[in-house]
Write a protein that binds this ligand. Structure first.
Ligand SMILES: [Zn+2]
Length: 102
């Protein structure tokens, strides 16, 4: 049986309930106040969005910041690539390039 998340409209209790698919969400009894005014939440992500608009706004802001960070990372030169080229040249022992120095 699937586990559903519910929010009680009466006491705002957030709870999980294992139920058959056929169970009517409107008949689900809140374990805290025994009211039958619970709303089913489809997923953990949805449960964060349900409620105040602030939460959604903050999530959007977080996505913005993430995008910002990704932009900055994208503008940086590739760390491994930039280092690999000069290091490879400098780390060559003098004896490895006899044709040039001689
Ligand atoms: Zn309740």
């Amino acid at each position: 049986m699937p586990v559903y998340e519910y929010v009680c409209d009466e006491c705002e209790n957030h709870y999980e309930m294992m139920q058959a698919l056929s169970v009517n969400p409107a008949e689900t009894v809140c374990p805290k106040c025994n009211a039958t005014r619970s709303r089913r939440i489809m997923s953990a992500f949805a449960s964060k969005v349900v409620g105040t608009h602030k939460t959604g706004f903050q999530e959007m802001k977080a996505y913005d910041m993430l995008g910002d960070r990704m932009d900055r990372l994208a503008k940086l030169p590739p760390i491994s690539g930039a280092r690999a080229a000069p290091d490879a040249g400098n780390s060559l022992p003098p004896g490895a390039v006899p044709s040039d120095s001689a």
